[in-house]
Write a protein that binds this ligand. Structure first.
Ligand SMILES: C[S@@+](CC[C@H](N)C(=O)[O-])C[C@H]1O[C@@H](n2cnc3c(N)ncnc32)[C@H](O)[C@@H]1O
Length: 270
């Protein structure tokens, strides 16, 4: 199926990210069955709802932003996907008339920080809107952290992945969207640095910026786990202020609010 899509400028790159669209398309095709009730939360251009609507007639697509909603409405009309029930609302507050067999939610961002994936799905699960045995797309997100030599002294996305790793990559959390998840989280992380030259007695540390690189691996279903793509969870770098390295070990406390903003991220040396 070829879709004709018009979108606000900031949605354009998301649609051009073929890998991002392809993995969601594959997961939807594997999961959605004819007659399933499907929600697409944060539908944006409507692309994922339109893919689902090729399989079932019962699709609810919800979009909060009025401008994006207007584009989705146009796209659904042009592509003759009349069976999609498009709703302009906050997906966490909308009063759905029937529960879902499948819930698609691509409101993802690295470590789930700046998008409302967790608060929205928490609200949906709390209200019992996913039928027993129903499926989520994606099902889980796995978050990792690694110490790197950063390029800048402020928080930034490292889309080109040019920061140099100096520790192992630790998987510090798995967020299972079937559960109600805590939105404010904090983790004590211990890193063993690979490079003996990076320590507090070495002036080298004054010339480099150490940072924590966060990565998110998205589990769409048991067969598809996606790493970052240009528009899906690009690596996020948080510089470490006054790092303390003891015998090659760096201990930090990482905290943030999911569905918050980048300002909620704190990295403190222990
Ligand atoms: C990352 S975009 C993804 C769009 C689309 N799902 C896709 O895959 O192309 C997330 C979308 O969710 C919408 N959104 C954010 N918070 C929302 C909420 N609480 N309820 C409904 N939509 C929301 C945004 O306006 C945005 O269009």
């Amino acid at each position: 199926m070829k879709l004709k899509l018009s979108v606000p400028q900031w949605h354009y790159s998301m649609l051009l990210d073929r890998e991002r669209v392809a993995i969601f398309k594959e997961a939807i095709k594997k999961t959605v069955k004819p007659n399933d009730v499907v929600y697409d939360l944060g539908t944006g251009s409507g692309i994922l709802a339109m893919i689902a609507s090729q399989i079932t007639k019962n699709v609810y697509a919800v979009e909060l932003d009025p401008i994006t909603y207007a584009y989705a409405k146009e796209n659904i009309k042009i592509n003759k996907c009349e069976n999609i029930n498009l709703i302009e609302a906050d997906a966490s507050e909308y009063n759905f008339k029937e529960p879902a067999d499948v819930i698609i939610a691509e409101m993802l961002d690295t470590a789930l920080i700046t998008e409302p994936q967790v608060p929205v799905l928490n609200a949906i699960i709390k209200k019992g809107l996913l039928k027993e045995g129903g499926k989520l797309i994606p099902e889980r997100a796995h978050n990792t952290a690694q110490v790197v030599i950063a390029k800048m002294g402020h928080i930034y996305y490292d889309e080109e992945v040019i920061s140099k790793p100096v520790s192992e990559e630790i998987c510090y959390s798995t967020v299972d969207f079937y559960n109600i998840n805590k939105e404010e989280v904090s983790y004590n992380l211990k890193f063993r640095l690979k490079d003996n030259n990076i320590n507090n007695n070495n002036t080298n540390l004054k010339n480099i910026i150490l940072g924590i690189r966060l990565n998110t691996y998205t589990e769409l279903n048991e067969k598809i786990i996606a790493g970052s793509t240009p528009m899906l969870n690009p690596p996020l770098i948080i510089p470490i202020k006054n790092p303390i390295i003891d015998n090659g070990i760096l201990n930090v406390k990482l905290s943030y609010k999911m569905g918050g903003d980048l300002e909620s991220i704190k990295v403190k040396c222990l």
